[in-house]
Design a protein around this ligand. Sequence first.
Ligand SMILES: Cc1cc2nc3c(=O)[nH]c(=O)nc-3n(C[C@H](O)[C@H](O)[C@H](O)COP(=O)(O)O)c2cc1C
Length: 417
Amino acid sequence: MSYIAGRRVVLGVCGGIAAYKAVELTRLLTGAGAHVSPIMTPGAQRFLGQTTLSALASEPVQTSLWDESSPIPHTRLGQNADVIVVAPATAKIIGKLANGISDDLLSATLLATRAPVVLAPAMHTEMWEHPAVRLNVKRLDDWGFHRVGPDEGRLAGGGDSGVGRMAEPAAIAAAVQSLFADLLSDDLAPSRELAGRRILVTAGGTREPIDPVRFIGNASSGKMGYEVACEAARRGASVVLVSTVDRAVPGELSNIDVVRVDTADQMHRAVAEVFGAVDVAVMAAAVADFKVSNAASEKIKKAGGPPNIVLEPTVDILAELGRTKTTQIVVGFAAETHSLLDNARGKLVQKNADLIVANDVSAPNVGFHYDTNQVTLVDASGDVDLPLMSKQRTAAAIWDRIEILLARRSAATGRST
Ligand SMILES: Cc1cc2nc3c(=O)[nH]c(=O)nc-3n(C[C@H](O)[C@H](O)[C@H](O)COP(=O)(O)O)c2cc1C
């Protein structure tokens, strides 16, 4: 589903090496149906030809306050925009915006708008860490400007590496999508973008029996997994939901087939049965890492003293899917209490997943039991921090991202989306 179809996006491009990535970003935004009006700073024009961007955008690049037929070009674009995206955002434009300076078309447009602004900073680590830049970025963050990145990685020039690399275009496009997903009213009908797709979702926490009445479990409520399954069904997919919990599925979503399981082994079997036939597998369940190998067949009596519980590893379902996948998109969840992004990036690689949805379950109003969540989407093209929002909205943003991955895979394999 595209939340930006028909939206007017002003894309500001500044003078940095990453300006070339604005080409791919323009392609992604127009491909999702947005009307893209590009503005290039004089600096940007030293890095990128206007012709390329004009050819891919919805209208020609604008560069100057003075060469337009409109008598007030400095306000027209900003007033008409639904969102302004600046990618790459240099230290200079960040400084100008944070200090109310308007001395060219882009900075004037940024001051003359009430539309949300998404900034994708790009610069060398020394610049990013300079106290002046830190102050300007903090000021913009505090004022509610949206920011994607910068990422850590290779920077331009002499093999430099560090924080300051611009977020990947797909991550920026997904952030713009999720911005509108969050702004949209609940009653908006979703698209049927997943019609014809088969989707597997897991939900809830597994229960590993100690005896017939006791188990080792976890705090997962299954809400997030259910929202992921329901959103896929709303978008037209046929969904198999393997769940340890019984939650209500809206009556109109008859295209969700719920398979009830309790243990990690049962979940593994249920997943393995359908994985070969699906397009996407979203593993939202919290699966036990260990099961009890000496579970008692009768209730353990207190009088016998503390039982000696022996544990053995369960099958790592996500890793198995990553190992055996062919064309499927495999999505995992990482609920962490520390080193969130390091753990999520590690999981992405180790499990050969295509996307990890990471959430810090120690943060307020996030994760288990709550109806809200705040997640970071981590994939090979970078990280997208989503705001705190309902689990339904979070599920929609996750599917926006998966749809981009599906479209890319279809393009690579020649299958139509
Ligand atoms: C090769 C080269 C690469 C540059 N890369 C960046 C960059 O990534 N980020 C940045 O803030 N400035 C970068 N600069 C400096 C900006 O181009 C310079 O500050 C310019 O005035 C920015 O103007 P603008 O933001 O209006 O486009 C670079 C300069 C050169 C010559």
